[in-house]
Design a protein around this ligand. Structure first.
Ligand code: MN
Length: 742
């Protein structure tokens, strides 16, 4: 990166000074004189250390740290002088003679630690997954010590991606792949949406330049038409908002190139066929504290002007995303029969959506009493705990971290009212280990919402959890069956290692004997299916299950025999794409059918449920239920021939289903609700179903006429009892007149 020292041109000096002055004036609102003096020192140190160094583009190196510091303020919104200092000197230890001790002497321990964290993170991944995982481990540990390390690292990566043009093509590819795989998900997890989109777009630009350029060109060509359309679309909404006294800003936003491309791939459509190239965003300045109420009122007003799509209401204001994102999304029919996505949120929600974690960080800083860690910090801590454990091998680890970046979370409360973030499906033992390893190790049971439960109790959003402990209790190898978090699993494995190892060896022996007779090797496709079937992470976990007799050899035999046949008879026969004659084009493809219309009928709700022998669906497969007067409800894979046949011949028998927890199946159901319209009515209905019953709503359509409303709500239930409970609760809402199955 460095070259022989080249004398500074006057011009360049002026340019550096200009950039520095801009930075200092951006710092004015949140720094005092003392702090600005330190920022100046950091700049001077960096300028001196990088003196004469140029980037591949020929630009003086100092412009890079200056740009990173500017991104920290302008785009990440981290108004923190320490972060500005660290951004300015983030590359000096790695690239120059300056040492960490010198930095500590000048700027203190915190700055040293952050810069150290940024320095260790160096180099580009090799293509082998193992090495990649090891670099990732190293990098994330350092990030997790101080959240600012992650934020500065993202700013650094963003500037590097913006200036990637001058790098060699091979480097461009490597850096882009890494950005797409790691930094974009990380920015997403930290709630930095605009940065996430830009990182993805830039990565696409270098990994698939033709695709990128083609979409960019088409966006440009269609821009004028789009702008006109957006203006026409917005006009009546604006009027309506004024009428009902909602103060808001309405804009049209084009989606990112990478997200358009993703849609084209996912939905197998061309650019022209992607209906949501742009979205309308309504940012409300609420007059009172009822932020949700005003969002729902705006929603009601919009859907009075434009008809909403029955299946596209996304409510992240009742239950925000794990990264803090709050917004209400709906899709409505705009002029000319075009579907248009509308996002509704308040100014506060918008700020969080744009700035993500940084906004929480600032909030925390300003409220000295709010000493609690943010959820993201807790998440980073949990990653650190995990990374510092040597038991996990590189491969495991990579899948763990990347899945951790996007996994859906639940939030539960400690007795003191602290919020703990856990993955969906977590049990009391996971909670115990999340609090403290000691508590986990000595746990004997738990109280959830004041009721005593066992350690395998599955927690739900909002539960209050208290762990019961006993001095003599020791971790039990059986806990591994229901521990979900990596932290709990690792700690239990650690504590029961010797016992476990013996059982693994035993299981391995058992399996090898079996495998030999069947001619199945360790990397046979059936192994993958087997791990999926029994929800296992790796082969050791499988051997352990077998060795401890928790999985009987009989069950294993059955599974292998059933699936070997299935694998040998080749899956392709079951796939729609390879249907034998008659010509496939004459049949309706399950994917082309409005599956949401296929809800469960009264008569079927108490029927028994079986899985189809023809296609052997397992949890995770897309599934469809077929009602049969003798067999009850039979579950098939979406592409099973049986499904295709039934959809074509007897569609009334088809029921939309999905997997729920514990290998159970949920059925799509539909109710009609009528009543008097009032403020907050929709909100009450939605809250009753999604928050009280914790049931996921599939869709809501509400028609309001004069003072009355009529709506159809579709959601998944496991059984008739659950459905009747929902109906009773809805009937109790004030203003609701009738609730009935459709
Ligand atoms: Mn850098």
């Amino acid at each position: 990166m460095s070259q022989a020292s080249i004398p500074l041109q006057e011009q360049e000096k002026t340019k550096i000074l200009k950039a520095y002055k801009k930075l200092i004036s951006s710092c004015l609102p949140f720094t005092n004189e003392e702090e600005r003096k330190l920022i100046r020192e950091a700049f001077e140190l960096s300028n001196k250390a990088h003196k004469g160094m140029r980037r591949k583009s020929g630009e003086l190196y100092i412009f890079h740290p200056l740009a990173v510091a500017q991104i920290i303020i302008d785009e990440i919104g981290l108004y923190d002088y320490t972060s500005v200092i660290c951004a300015l000197i983030h590359d000096v230890v790695e690239d120059t003679d300056i040492t960490l001790d010198e930095i500590q002497r000048k700027f203190g321990l915190t700055v040293r630690q952050i810069v150290d964290g940024l320095t260790k993170v160096s180099g580009v991944f090799d293509s082998t997954a193992n090495k990649q995982a090891e670099s990732l481990r190293k990098m994330l540990i350092t990030m997790s010590y101080d959240i600012r390390v992650a934020l500065i690292k993202i700013a650094d990566r963003l500037h590097n991606m913006r200036t990637l043009d001058s790098m060699r093509q091979e480097q461009q590819l490597k850096i882009s792949v890494e950005t797409k795989a790691l930094y974009a998900p990380l920015a997403h997890r930290l709630g930095l949406y605009p940065i996430k989109s830009e990182l993805e777009d830039l990565a696409l630009k270098y990994t698939e330049p033709q695709v990128y350029n083609e979409i960019a060109r088409k966006l440009k060509e269609t821009q004028a038409d789009r702008d006109t359309y957006i203006q026409d679309f917005i006009k009546p909404i604006k009027q309506k908002m004024e009428e009902i006294g909602i103060d808001c800003k309405i804009t049209g936003r084009v989606k990112s190139i990478s997200s358009i491309y993703e849609k084209m791939l996912k939905q197998h459509v061309t650019f022209e066929e992607v209906y949501d190239i742009f979205a309308i965003r309504i940012v409300i300045d609420p007059k009172d504290k009822d932020e949700r109420g005003v969002c729902w009122r705006a929603y009601a007003a919009i859907t009075l002007t434009y008809t909403p799509h029955p299946n596209r209401l996304r409510d992240w204001i009742s239950s925000p995303k794990a990264n803090g994102y709050e917004s209400l999304h709906t899709t409505v029919m705009g002029p000319g029969g075009k579907w248009v996505e509308v996002q509704i949120r308040t100014k506060r929600m918008d700020y969080i959506a744009e700035r993500g974690l940084a906004s929480h960080y600032m909030y925390k800083d300003k409220n000295s009493e709010a000493q609690k860690e943010s959820l993201q910090e807790k998440w980073l801590n949990s990653i650190r705990d995990l990374l510092e454990n040597k038991q996990i091998n590189g491969q495991d680890f990579f899948s763990v971290v990347t899945s951790n970046l996007v996994a859906e979370q639940i939030y539960v409360f400690t007795p003191k009212g602290d919020l703990i973030e856990l993955p969906v499906g977590a049990t009391a033992i996971d909670f115990a280990y999340a609090i403290h390893t000691d508590i986990g190790n000595h746990a004997i049971g738990a109280k959830v919402n004041h009721k005593t439960v066992s350690l395998n109790y599955e927690l739900s959003n909002g539960d209050h959890v208290e762990i019961l402990t006993a001095k003599n209790q020791k971790p039990n190898i059986k806990w591994l069956e229901f521990a979900k978090t990596i932290k709990a699993k690792t700690k239990i494995k650690e504590a029961t290692r010797i016992e476990r190892q013996a059982l693994i060896e035993k299981g391995k022996l058992l399996f090898q004997r079996k495998a030999k007779s069947l001619n199945v090797s360790d990397n046979h496709p059936i192994i993958k299916k087997l791990l999926e079937e029994f929800d296992l992470n790796n082969l050791d976990d499988f051997y352990f299950l077998l060795g401890s007799h928790r999985l009987s050899t009989q069950k294993l035999n059955d599974f292998i025999n059933k699936n070997l046949k299935y694998l040998q008879s080749s899956t392709s026969k079951l796939e729609i794409g390879e249907l034998p004659s008659p010509s496939p084009s004459e049949l309706i493809n399950p994917e082309d059918v409005d599956l949401d219309s296929m809800t469960i009928k009264d008569a079927d709700l108490n029927a028994t449920v079986k899985t189809g022998k023809c296609c052997n669906p397992i949890p995770g497969d897309d599934i469809i239920g077929i009602s049969d007067p003798i067999e009850g409800i039979v579950i098939h894979r979406l592409h099973c021939l049986q499904v295709v046949k039934t959809i074509n011949q007897d569609p009334d028998r088809v029921i939309k289903t999905k997997w729920s927890t514990g290998n159970l199946v949920e059925f799509l159901t539909s109710i009609r609700i009528t009543g008097y319209d009032r403020m907050g009515m929709l909100n009450d209905i939605v809250r009753t179903i999604s928050m009280v019953m914790r049931i996921n709503i599939r869709s809501i359509t509400i028609d309001v006429q004069d003072d009355m409303f009529e709506g159809v709500i579709k959601f998944y239930v496991r059984n008739i009892k659950e459905l009747n409970q929902v109906i009773t609760l809805l009937k109790n809402i004030s203003g609701v007149l009738t609730v009935e199955r459709t």
